[in-house]
Design a protein around this ligand. Structure first.
Ligand SMILES: Cc1cc2nc3c(=O)[nH]c(=O)nc-3n(C[C@H](O)[C@H](O)[C@H](O)COP(=O)(O)OP(=O)(O)OC[C@H]3O[C@@H](n4cnc5c(N)ncnc54)[C@H](O)[C@@H]3O)c2cc1C
Length: 604
């Protein structure tokens, strides 16, 4: 991959002008930092992205991991990345000083991830999963577990995974069947198979710490009987403290469409009845505990869609400025010099859509990470709860917008290249394959939609909606005072009023007690809510851009940047926001055509 894959100017604008993340340093927990240390982290990430990740992007796709004699071997680039990423401290950076971290705000770590992920979206899977698993151990583990596992994971010595999925338990985790049998020494014997486990085996480190959902013998059926276990690939033997095999066997490797540098494994635990697991946290509380990791991972997946879309945008923008084809629509001379395709309005529309999705999605996701930081560092329980409630509502929205619209944007990038986009000569083909997973793992879009409409919207009498409206209205009010933004503030207000009516209509269906009717179009509702959220985020960006445009004497470059922000905001409001109308129309139309009916099957 050559050329830029992200805009540092835009990232700085998002972090400092829009989200004002330097204010996080006022919290005791983050007081070792300031905007200078934040920038240093982003520089370090850029260095790894450019020197180690990008050069391996294509080769590691063409030379996939192999399962040979029960052991997976991964591309040399993964080794180089993991070594550099952990040695430079990026792996442990957001963790506490007690575990070798730097107490760096998660929003900065996420921005570093955006930089690295755009350079190689598959490599960051290893570090993301390890961070998520270590975070769970640090949150719910005993002191001994923290020392024995989390410390080694954060130093880069060992990696981590999440093992939820089984053949019959994908979206429906209540059907997890892996068992855990209590032993006299307080440990458990684990037995079962897990599928699709990302980074589930590799030759990167000499141990892998799996976090496994399993059912303790005799536990209740359903979600209330699921517990979480630490299950190392190799365990310490009782005598010398050497690592010995823990009966975790790689029985298959999936051949995937994209993200090929990360193996997705079929693992067997306890085939020889010799797999030891250590209960993490409370028995039968495994699923809510695991959700802590999954919520972080969901934001990471949304970011995955956006950093891939960013790489696609800059690759297609470069192509569009170099590729001559055809003449301007107003050109009368059919034999004149061809123009480059960036001059065709239809190509510009595709590029503007990509830019609006990338910069809007990035800001939404980084805002969620900032809320996570405030929730972490704030002392006042009511403020903590406020951000927690907002995050419960916004996490599935950010995940889904990043995933679904990241696919749309990446696909547009491919379209900009015409036929060449479909070939291996350009990276769009690989990016389009890589991004496809985002709407599937960490809960499919359909499952995120049910979480939003079925749980978060009605929760506590609609409390989360009220908090969300409070936040959005703060920006609408600010924008009403600006001549350029006024129109857009009013447009957002009008669309939100319609959304609110639609929500009340759907909740009235819920009150009738038929969940299938209520949730039949939950995915469309989530799409609508995602469009509105990013319209809000674009208004935020418009406010920050207008502020600079009105007070500062700017260089030509800076002027172009801030004006382009306002232009892209206008694009979003004139091209993307109107899509809310058709979704609202569908969601308030009571004709149900998708419900299963015993007497008539239209799917034939
Ligand atoms: C490359 C890759 C990496 C992965 N990595 C991991 C990992 O590291 N760890 C891990 O544990 N898992 C991992 N997974 C598994 C992933 O999380 C699951 O594939 C995903 O949760 C969907 O489950 P499923 O494949 O069984 O699909 P299913 O659950 O069978 O879903 C099929 C379709 O039906 C829909 N559907 C299912 N149930 C409902 C419902 N109740 N209401 C409405 N629609 C529904 C879904 O939205 C989907 O469109 C990975 C998967 C892949 C492909």
């Amino acid at each position: 991959m050559v050329g830029t894959h992200f805009s540092r100017k835009n990232l700085d604008f998002t972090l400092f002008d829009v989200l004002e993340i330097e204010l996080l340093a006022q919290f005791d927990y983050f007081n070792a930092h300031d905007s200078e240390t934040f920038s240093m982290v982003l520089d370090a990430a850029t260095d790894i992205a450019e020197k180690i990740m990008k050069p391996a992007f294509v080769d590691s796709d063409r030379n996939q991991p192999e399962l040979l004699d029960g052991q997976v071997k991964v591309h040399q680039g993964v080794h180089d990345y993991y070594k550099a990423f952990s040695e430079i401290g990026l792996l442990s950076a957001p963790f506490s000083f007690d575990y070798g971290g730097q107490q760096l705000p998660k929003v900065v770590a996420a921005a570093a991830e955006f930089i690295c992920g755009g350079a190689h979206n598959s490599f960051v899977m290893y570090s993301d999963l390890t961070k998520g698993a270590a975070n769970l151990i640090l949150t719910f583990g005993s002191d001994e577990q923290k020392e024995q596992f989390a410390r080694k994971m954060l130093s880069g010595e060992w990696t981590g995974t999440m093992c939820l999925t089984e053949t019959q338990a994908g979206s429906s985790l209540s059907d997890v069947a892996t068992t855990a049998t209590p032993q006299p020494d307080g440990t458990y014997r684990i037995k079962g198979q897990k599928i699709f486990i990302s980074a589930g085996d590799h030759d990167l480190t000499d141990n892998i710490i799996h976090l496994v959902l399993a059912r303790i013998d005799g536990a209740p059926k359903g979600t209330k009987g699921i517990s979480l276990f630490i299950v190392p690939k190799n365990r310490l033997n009782t005598e010398g403290g050497h690592l010995v095999s823990n009966d975790v066997v790689s029985i298959g490797i999936y051949h995937k469409m994209g993200q090929k540098a990360t193996p997705a494994m079929h693992l067997e635990f306890g085939g020889q009845n010799d797999c030891v697991g250590y209960l993490l946290g409370e028995a039968n509380r495994g699923l809510p505990q695991m959700f802590l990791m999954m919520n972080g991972a969901r934001l990471g997946v949304g970011m995955g869609g956006i950093h891939i879309a960013s790489a696609a945008y800059y690759a297609s923008l470069q192509y569009a400025t170099e590729r001559p084809q055809g003449r301007r629509l107003n050109e009368k001379n059919a034999l004149g010099e061809p123009t480059t395709i960036v001059h065709h309005p239809d190509v510009r529309r595709m590029l503007l859509q990509q830019k609006a999705i990338v910069e809007g999605g990035l800001c939404l996701i980084l805002m969620c990470y900032k809320f996570l930081d405030i929730e972490r560092a704030e002392q006042d329980p009511s403020v903590k709860q406020y951000y927690n409630d907002l995050l419960e509502l916004l996490t599935p929205v950010a995940k889904t917008f990043g995933a679904e619209m990241g696919m749309v944007a990446t696909n547009q990038g491919l379209q900009v290249l015409g036929g060449y986009g479909y070939t291996e000569d350009f990276i769009l083909e690989q990016l389009a394959r890589d991004v496809r997973i985002m709407s599937l793992y960490e809960g499919t879009t359909g499952i995120q939609a049910q979480a939003v409409l079925g749980r978060q919207i009605p929760r506590n009498g609609g409390k989360a909606i009220d908090l969300w409206l409070t936040e959005v209205r703060k920006d609408i009010e600010k924008a009403q005072n600006d001549d350029v933004l006024q129109t857009y503030a009013t447009l957002l207000e009008t669309n939100i009023a319609q959304w609110h009516k639609t929500t009340q209509h759907l909740l009235s269906l819920a009150a009738k007690g038929d969940a299938e009717i209520f949730l039949a179009d939950a995915t469309l509702y989530l799409e609508l809510f995602g469009i509105l959220n990013v319209a809000w985020i674009w208004l935020k960006q418009g406010i920050a851009a207008q502020k600079t445009l009105s007070i500062a004497r700017l260089s030509e470059d800076a002027l172009q940047f801030y004006q382009s922000k306002v232009h892209t905001m206008r694009y979003y409001y004139h091209y993307e926001l109107p899509k809310a109308q058709s979704l609202t129309q569908r969601l308030t139309d009571d004709t149900n055509l998708t419900l299963f009916d015993n007497d008539f099957e239209p799917l034939c």
